[in-house]
Every structure is written in structure tokens, then in C-alpha cells.
Design a protein around this ligand. Structure first.
Ligand code: NAD
Length: 481
């Protein structure tokens, strides 16, 4: 098996001296590629390259930066079929999920290309002052070279959400993919290279998180870290960045609620609950894995939800799957451990996905549905990052809101209900960054992504995603000669 170069610095692909990464197809358990990873020395070289490239990239007119982003969007689109196949192979995603991912990447690069073309959020503005003796303006300047650290669950999408606004803002980049899914980022960087990004503007170092990721966070040339991943690592990133007051944006975990009000359409509620809990095999920070159902609908809901969950076709992507495998053996074992814990905590298993874990072909667990768990239980409170949903009833809207907000996390929520005013009232009370009403988890680059509480700090996408890579500078001048 050929060793793929996992390092791209200053416009040149190279092998690294770090650990070799084995990329495994999670639907078969077979090694599909080996990637040569970097070490702290590679991070140092990459960070220096990003620092050297920064002044010229910062001064490149936004319109020109936007043309490069547009070229990347068109190239991703042109390569759509190959990239869909790669996402299916690296993550075991069903075809329709992989297609959504690639579409999302295109939309994100197009959105920030549009911002650059129009100067939205990039050009300075005059500021009106109460004293005519002074004139003021505000400028939005790139924060500097940035480190982007991403997880494995939506690898190319998460990278695009960081990369497109960082480049649009005028930042140069060192990108560090997950060690489990480096191939999609390698392809994205190749596309960006072919689109004509100047050398040093985008650098990539694949490698082990505790070594390569930590070195990136600690590097003095890196002005800002944008991190998506677990709370444990996110906290370590914040602590390390604090030592040199480096800026951080953190997109962390979630334990989100889906609320079914008593006037909801039951078919719609079941369909949205299925997508919210089992899309990407539940490996979503935005998984709505706490399902709250109005008491009047509860018996019907759990029966229909159980039947629909058990009917989902769990398989590898080539077998027409509706739900794929988990990313790795370790993740499968972790989720199985949670299921055991749920049983030990007195939960009632309505749908037992463990039967799929017996298969020899990949890292599967079927849709798993618990009821009767206490709100103190680990299963109710902790992010599982697998296809495990917990269902509970509530008596009125106030109780639903209280249950939904009773969490250390606050990423998203879904509300299903028939009365617009009522669903909007509930939405206003929820302590989360994004609420869907009677909608699947659609994400537009125009709307912000990020959470309240321990789900993170800052927002991605939209103008907020751009601001995350900018410093604000005011210029105040005396009007007197
Ligand atoms: P992880 O925290 O283990 O790893 C994330 C990234 O950090 C990887 O690239 C990893 O190599 C790197 N890393 C590991 N140790 C590091 C260190 N000491 N310093 C710097 N970088 C380090 O997370 P994961 O298992 O890859 O992904 C799953 C987690 O990501 C879940 O908790 C999920 O909620 C979270 N997530 C959040 C969002 C969001 O938008 N809020 C989106 C997707 C995933």
C-alpha cells in the first residue's frame, strides 16, 4: 500500500516524521490507505510558512480572495462524484448523507466568495460620532495565521466552515484534520492548491492530536485557534491558548432536545426524531438524542418511533444503507458501554441496536431507543456520539422547556408542533444556538452555528463566522486641521 503524503507546506507535498495514520473503511474494517503524519517540527515549519505568507494574503484585495474561493467551490462541484465516494468510504456514510456533505462544502465556499465579491463584513465603515470635531471609521482586519483543528464526523464540511471564512477574512491557515479521516482534507487541500491559492496560505499537517494538535495550539505564530471536537480536548486547547492569550473559537459537544408538542403531527415528529437521532449514525454534535414528547402523544409516539427505528436499513454505503457504521472499533465499544450503562441505570430498551454489533463486516450498532431513564442518568446527560436516543414524556410546555434546558450543553433543539406562535414561544425560551421548528436539521451558510454553555465559544458560518477570524480596529481622527 503506497504511503500518501499527509503534509502540505508552502505549496509542497511531503512525507512526515510522525506516526503513520491508517485509514480504515468503517463499513468493512479494512485499511484503505496509509498517510504519512507530521510531528511538532512539521507544525513549526507550517506555522512559519503561514506567518510568512500572511502579509501578502492580507493585502490581496478581498475581491481576488473571493475569486479563489469561487474557484474552489466550482472545483469541489466538478469533483462531486469522487468526493462523495471518498466520504462514503472514509466514514461509511450512506450516499445521500455524503452527497449532502459535499453540497454543504460547495455552498460554504460560494457564500464566503459572495461576501468577498460584495465586500460584506470585510470593508471598513464610517462610524457616526456625537462630536463633529471627530471622524471615525471601523476596519475589520484578519487576525493573523490561524490553526484549524477538526474532528472526523463531518470532516470536509467542518474544514470548509473554518477554511472558507478564514481565507475570506485574509488569514493564512494551518489545518489539522482528524487522524481517522485525513483523506478528505488532503483532497480539499489539493483542490485549493489547483485553484491557485498562493504558497503558504493554506498548509496541512496530518497527525496525532496530542502531539500535532497540541503543538499547533501552542505555536507562537498562530494568532487564533478554531477547534471543533470533544469538550475534553477543547478545554485543553483553551488552557494552552490562554498561556499566550491566543484567541479561540470552540465548537464542542451537545445533548440536544427534540420537543414534540401535543398538537404535533405524529408522522412528522417521528420522521424528524429519526433524522435527529440517527443521521450519521448519531455521530453528530447536534444529535437530538433527548426526545421529549407531550404525554397525550407519548404512547403512540414511542410505538411508531420504535418501529421506524427498527425498520432503518443499517449497512455499508454500497448496500443501500439508511444508516451506516460508527467511525471506529473504539467508538463502537464506547457506545456499547453507554448502552450497558443505560441498562444498569434502569432504562428500558425499546429498540436494541446491539444486534448489529455482532456482525463481522464493520463497526455497526443499530438504532437504539431507551425510555424510563432518570434525568440524573449518564445516558440522559452525556453526549454519546452514537445511535442512541432517550425518550421521555412531559406534561406541559413549561416542563418541556425546563427539561430541555436542564443540560450542561446548549447547541441546538428541534420543536415539532402545530401552532406557530406557540412553537416560537418555546423556541425563545431554549438555551441553544439554533432551533429548528417542524424542520429537519438543514444548515444554511447564512445562519450561525455554535452553542450556549459547554457547547462552545463563538459562532461559525454567516457573518459571525467571518468575524471569528477578524480583529476590529477603530480609527478616530480629529477633524481640526
Ligand atoms: P477530539 O476532541 O478527540 O478530536 C478533535 C480534533 O482534535 C482531532 O483533529 C484531534 O486529532 C485533535 N486533538 C486531539 N488531542 C488534541 C490536543 N491535545 N490538542 C489539540 N488537538 C487535539 O474529537 P473527535 O472524537 O474527533 O470528534 C468528536 C467530538 O467532536 C464530539 O465530542 C462532538 O460533539 C464534537 N463535535 C462538535 C461539533 C460542533 O460543531 N459543536 C461538530 C462536530 C463534532
Amino acid at each position: 500500500m503506497t504511503l500518501i503524503d499527509g503534509i502540505f507546506i508552502d505549496g509542497r507535498w511531503q512525507a512526515g516524521n510522525g506516526a503513520t495514520l491508517e485509514v480504515v473503511d468503517p463499513a468493512t474494517g479494512r485499511v484503505i490507505a496509509q498517510v504519512s503524519g507530521g510531528d511538532a517540527a512539521a507544525i513549526d515549519t507550517a506555522a512559519r510558512a503561514a506567518k510568512r505568507a500572511f502579509p501578502a494574503w492580507k493585502r490581496t484585495p478581498a475581491r481576488q480572495r473571493g475569486e479563489l474561493l469561487r474557484a474552489i467551490a466550482r472545483a469541489v462541484e466538478a469533483e462531486r462524484e469522487r468526493l462523495v465516494a471518498l466520504q462514503m468510504q472514509c466514514n461509511g456514510k450512506p450516499r445521500f448523507e455524503a452527497e449532502l456533505d459535499v453540497g454543504d462544502v460547495v455552498a460554504t465556499f460560494d457564500y464566503y466568495a459572495d461576501c468577498c465579491a460584495a465586500g460584506t463584513g470585510l470593508s471598513g465603515n464610517p462610524v457616526t460620532l456625537p462630536d463633529a470635531a471627530f471622524a471615525a471609521s471601523v476596519r475589520f482586519e484578519p487576525v493573523g495565521p490561524v490553526g484549524l483543528i477538526v474532528p472526523w464526523n463531518f470532516p470536509m464540511v467542518t474544514s470548509a466552515w473554518k477554511l472558507a471564512p478564514a481565507l475570506a477574512a485574509g488569514c493564512t491557515v494551518v489545518l489539522k484534520p482528524s487522524e481517522l479521516t485525513p483523506l478528505t482534507e488532503i483532497e480539499l487541500v489539493k483542490i485549493a492548491q489547483q485553484a491557485g491559492l498562493p504558497d503558504g496560505v493554506l498548509n496541512l499537517v496530518c497527525g496525532a492530536g496530542p502531539e500535532v494538535g497540541a503543538a499547533l495550539v501552542a505555536h507562537p505564530a498562530i494568532a487564533k485557534l478554531s477547534f471543533t471536537g470533544s469538550n475534553k480536548v477543547g478545554q485543553a486547547v483553551m488552557v494552552s491558548a490562554a498561556e499566550r492569550v491566543a484567541r479561540v473559537s470552540l465548537e464542542l459537544g451537545g445533548k440536544s432536545a427534540l420537543i414534540v408538542l401535543d398538537d404535533a403531527d405524529l408522522d412528522q415528529a417521528v420522521s424528524l426524531a429519526l433524522g435527529g437521532a440517527f443521521f450519521n449514525a448519531g455521530q453528530m454534535c447536534s444529535a437530538t438524542s433527548r426526545i421529549l414528547v407531550a404525554r397525550a402523544l407519548y404512547p403512540d409516539f414511542i410505538e411508531r418511533f420504535r418501529a421506524a427505528a427498527e425498520a432503518l436499513k443499517v449497512a455499508g454505503p454500497d448496500a443501500g444503507a439508511e444508516m451506516g457504521p460508527l467511525i471506529s472499533r473504539a467508538q463502537q465499544q464506547r457506545v456499547l458501554g453507554f448502552i450497558e450503562q443505560g441498562l444498569a441505570e434502569g432504562g428500558l430498551l425499546l429498540s436494541d441496536g446491539r444486534r448489529h454489533a455482532q456482525r463481522s463486516d464493520g463497526y455497526f450498532i443499530g438504532p437504539t431507543v431507551f425510555t424510563d431513564l432518570s434525568t440524573d442518568s449518564v445516558l440522559w446527560r452525556e453526549e454519546i456520539f452514537g445511535p442512541v436516543a432517550c425518550v421521555r414524556s412531559f406534561s406541559d410546555d413549561a416542563e418541556a422547556i425546563a427539561l430541555a434546558n436542564d443540560s450542561d450543553f446548549g447547541l441546538v433543539a428541534t420543536i415539532v408542533g402545530g401552532d406557530v406562535g406557540r412553537t416560537e414561544q418555546v423556541a425563545a425560551e431554549l438555551e441553544v444556538g439554533l432551533v429548528w421548528i417542524n424542520s429537519p436539521q438543514v444548515i444554511f451558510p447564512h445562519t450561525a452555528w455554535g452553542g450556549f454553555k459547554q457547547s462552545g465559544i463563538g459562532r461559525e458560518l454567516g457573518p459571525w463566522g467571518l468575524r471569528a477570524f477578524q480583529e476590529i480596529k477603530h480609527v478616530v481622527a480629529s477633524a481640526a486641521p
